[in-house]
Design a protein around this ligand. Structure first.
Ligand SMILES: [Zn+2]
Length: 270
């Protein structure tokens, strides 16, 4: 009798243990399938994120191209002017030669390298590779591979790297007072990275043939806010021709610029 009861008790314990094992196994299967679902969801979200990032990048390039086209059209229809000659004449009659020199030294001025042979001017041209009529918003200088290229004013490197849009190895510098300069088709060796400070005359790259280019040359651009400017005005800018160029280049707000430069420099003397 006692023996039978003991056996029954053991059987009960055994069946409880088996039940616990079955429940634990079921629970683990459930958890692992949930984890699998979560992993799959994470992978899906990461893929979607990558697709969205790529789309944003494509849209950014597209909008930059549109902005450039609008700037080109504005140059053509002679819009976006800041002044008529009378405003500039008034300014030029009130500032001294020394003050003009200060303005010149604060904005992009002078040649970006010793290679000064202009191979393509600013304006409409038949593109040498695309064979279509395109607006050329820079000035091209032909020269020897490896010729040092220098910053034409103090500034912060905005971009330094390879541009897929055709510029090849490109450096863009953001200067004071709304100016920007860009240097395209350079060699791969770029001494500065985005965020670095450069002084006027610092070597920022070397003349190359990268990107959409038919031969070794530098593509040089000057911009004022979103306006594309003719770089030939700025490479030759000096005290002697300041009045002539300020009158000619009506996409720069020379009155505001003179105020800003002279105000900042007078503040620094205190
Ligand atoms: Zn060019």
């Amino acid at each position: 009798m006692q023996k039978q009861q003991n056996r029954k008790f053991l059987l009960n314990i055994l069946s409880i243990i088996v039940l616990i094992f079955i429940l634990a196994a079921l629970f683990l299967t459930f958890i692992s399938s949930k984890l699998e679902d979560m992993r799959a969801e994470k992978l899906y979200l990461l893929q979607q994120n990558q697709i969205l990032q790529n789309n944003i990048e494509k849209k950014k390039v597209f909008f930059e191209e549109i902005e450039d086209k609008i700037a080109d059209i504005k140059v053509l229809i002679d819009e976006d002017r800041y002044h008529d000659n009378k405003d500039v004449k008034k300014l030029l009659s009130t500032i001294t030669n020394k003050q003009k020199q200060l303005i010149i030294s604060a904005i992009p001025s002078g040649y970006p390298s010793i290679s000064r042979r202009v191979t393509s001017a600013f304006g409409y041209r038949i593109h040498p590779l695309l064979h279509t009529r395109k607006f050329h918003h820079g000035l091209d200088f032909g020269g020897k591979l490896g010729t040092p290229i220098v910053a034409t004013a103090n500034g912060i490197i905005e971009f330094s790297g390879f541009n897929k849009g055709g510029y090849g190895n490109l450096v863009v510098i953001a200067h004071n007072f709304g100016f920007k300069t860009a240097y395209g088709h350079m060699l791969k060796k770029l001494p500065y990275k985005s965020g670095d400070f450069v002084k006027k005359g610092d070597i920022i790259g070397y003349l190359g043939n990268s990107g959409r280019s038919t031969g070794p040359h530098l593509h040089y651009e000057v911009k004022f806010i979103k306006r594309v400017l003719d770089p030939s005005h700025f490479v030759t800018l000096c005290g002697r021709n300041f009045d002539k160029i300020a009158t000619l280049e009506n996409r720069v707000n020379w009155n505001a610029l003179a105020n800003a430069v002279l105000n900042q420099l007078s503040l620094q003397t205190f």
